[in-house]
Design a protein around this ligand. Structure first.
Ligand code: CU
Length: 609
């Protein structure tokens, strides 16, 4: 996808160049197009046009005294530029994917090898040479080293400091654990080095989920490591004194606890403005999370749980032992028309499956995390009496399976959700559902039952952006969602495909829960009055009667019932109605003959009902 975008940028660029070529008064003899990319965890330049196509940090060639143009396309994210330091030529800085900049200059008229480099990423290997005339290719990057030595405050000490870190879950947090040496067994250990040392960090995935390690202030980030026991190595030079943060920059992991300190020299910063920033709300997110959306994922599926997807009532049966199978599936889903999002789900839909048991049942829960997952997942049932609601027994790595049993002691309608750090993130991405524990003898029969859950999505891109949206954990922590949804997607239950349907004269029951993770719902059905509200989803207390709007907190539920007397379209909302503009509404169509005694009126245009 990234490549596709790049290709488009390059094509557009070529078209532009061709179209303006005839009118260009000062002829350029040679032209190079470079893009930026990440290889082996390091930023590099990659050649785009013919003779340098695909080459990493390609050698550029020019004839003495000729005029050349070098065009740079930002192929990913992060700030980039191209500088020819010996010639004092510097491009503008570009920081958006697809953005371009260029420099045009006349090269010296003698045979010489010169450097080109990226101001921020040169020390990570983002540099190459410009060879003029018959000059030979110099020994690897000596030129850059010389130049960087000038730029950098610290002389290389020639020493290498080795650290090994392993990812782990500890005390409900995601952490780095030190391996070997002084840091052995320590959680998020302080790492130390002298200015000028080479730092070599080996990161082992201790539990199999995807991780990496990034160092603020050094533009150093390892590749991702996935799969238990696999490892990745990051090497960089600690070229400035100070105290810096290191962390895992997989979205949500730093917030979940994967963060430590990197102390260079005395730990005091040598230059103003270069001090570490240990707050994840700023530096961690600016470089890596795009605000523009990539193209929508063509393979995205419909993740909306059908509101009628509810198992039959338990009826009058006695307690039994039942098996519940949950699969955690990370998949690309349709969030809105032309908009896709990487959801994390139970069984591929949002919400997860409606689970129906009776009081006294023993439930055997099997949780399988698909091998394709990059995250660990788990499940916490609010219907469980026991540690973590089952989350203690179900932290499940990609490709793994866990199991526990519980006895349903209390009747009620309960939320379940993933409880793997950062829990709010797993919930926001779609990991919640309802489990109904019916009282002895079952619930009173009704004509129609519906399953609806409310949640919020925190995307880096504003509401309404088309394309593939990405999650934004800073917005999540600030409780600043872009989307509010019933059953996983924007306006999902207002679509013909997923609307609720019933007939006049029927009694409707809605099992309504809030996954959240953060917003309380003021649940209301426009045009109807709840005949009965099982407040807080208590099925043993007497229901409230004749209620307009009922409060449902995150991690809470309600059961409402009403009879349909009049045909028409009724609208499920959270009466905090701004959220309707953010994707939150569902339609309940009641079909049948008019009931003029109860309601008699002509529809006026533009009512929206
Ligand atoms: Cu999860």
């Amino acid at each position: 996808m990234k490549f596709f975008k790049l290709l488009v940028s390059v094509l557009v660029l070529s078209a532009l160049l061709i179209s303006c070529a005839p009118t260009n008064p000062t002829a350029v003899n040679t032209e190079y197009v470079l893009t930026t990319d990440m290889r082996d965890g390091k930023f590099v330049y990659v050649g785009v046009n013919e003779n340098i196509n695909g080459a990493v940090n390609p050698a550029l060639r020019a004839k003495p005294g000729e005029k050349i143009t070098v065009i740079l396309v930002n192929g990913g994210h992060g700030q980039h530029d191209i500088v020819f330091p010996e010639l004092n030529v510097k491009s503008d800085t570009i920081d958006q994917q697809g953005e371009t900049t260029s420099v045009t200059f006349t090269v010296p008229d003698n045979d010489i090898a010169l450097t080109y480099l990226d101001t921020t990423h040169a020390k990570l290997g983002m540099s190459g040479v410009l060879l003029i005339g018959e000059v030979a290719m110099p020994e690897s990057a000596d030129l850059v080293k010389d130049y960087l030595a000038e730029m950098s405050g610290a002389e290389s000490t020639g020493a290498t400091v080795d650290y090994t870190l392993e990812s782990a879950l500890a005390d409900g947090k995601m952490v780095f654990v030190g391996k070997g040496g002084d840091i052995d067994g320590k959680i998020n250990p302080d790492l130390a080095a002298n200015a000028g040392d080479t730092i070599k960090v080996t990161l082992i995935s201790g539990e199999g989920a995807a991780h990496n390690v990034a160092f603020d202030g050094f533009n150093a980030r390892s590749e991702d490591v996935v799969g238990k026991g696999n490892s990745v190595v990051l090497e960089f030079t600690a070229d400035q004194e100070g105290t810096f943060a290191y962390y895992c920059d997989i979205p949500g992991h730093r917030q979940a606890g994967m963060e430590g300190k990197f102390i260079v020299g005395s730990g005091a910063a040598t230059t103003a403005g270069e001090t570490s920033n240990t707050s994840y709300t700023s530096s961690a997110t600016t470089e890596n999370i795009p605000v523009s959306a990539g193209p929508a994922d063509a393979a995205a599926v419909d993740i909306v749980r059908e509101p009628t997807d509810i198992p039959a009532s338990v009826g009058s049966r006695g307690p039994e032992t039942l098996r519940v199978d949950l699969e955690t599936v990370e998949l690309s889903g349709q969030l809105a028309d032309g908009t896709t999002f990487k959801y994390w789900t139970f069984n591929g839909k949002v919400p997860g499956p409606f689970i129906r048991v009776r009081v006294g049942d023993t439930v055997e829960v099997h949780l399988k995390n698909l091998p394709e997952s990059i995250m660990a997942h788990s499940v916490d049932f609010h219907a469980v009496t026991g540690p973590g609601g089952g989350a203690v027994a179900t932290q499940t790595q990609p490709g793994g399976e866990t199991m526990f049993t519980f006895q349903a002691l209390n009747p009620g309608l309960y939320v379940y959700h993933c409880a793997t750090p950062m829990v709010a993130q797993h919930i926001a991405n779609g990991m919640y559902g309802l489990i109904l524990v019916e009282p002895e003898g079952g619930l009173p029969p009704v004509d129609r039952e519906f399953y609806v859950m409310q949640g919020e999505l925190y995307t880096a891109q504003p509401f309404g952006t088309t394309g593939e949206l990405t999650e934004d954990t800073t917005k999540l922590l600030n409780e600043n969602p872009e989307y509010f949804v019933f059953n996983g997607a924007s306006m999902a239950l207002a679509s013909d495909a997923h609307a609720l349907r019933a007939n006049v004269g029927e009694t409707v029951r809605i099992y309504f829960g809030v996954g959240g993770p953060n917003f309380t719902s003021s649940f209301h059905v426009i045009g109807e009055i709840f005949d009965r509200v099982y407040d807080q989803a208590s099925l043993t207390a007497s229901p409230l009667t004749d209620v307009q709007t009922t409060l449902v907190p995150p991690g809470g539920a309600t059961m409402v019932e009403f009879k349909l007397e009049v045909p028409g379209r009724y609208i499920l909302v959270d009466h905090a109605l701004s959220r309707m503009q953010r994707g939150l509404a569902g339609f309940l169509y009641a079909e049948g003959d008019p009931n003029l005694e109860v309601f008699n009126g002509e529809e006026t245009p533009g009512s929206g009902h």
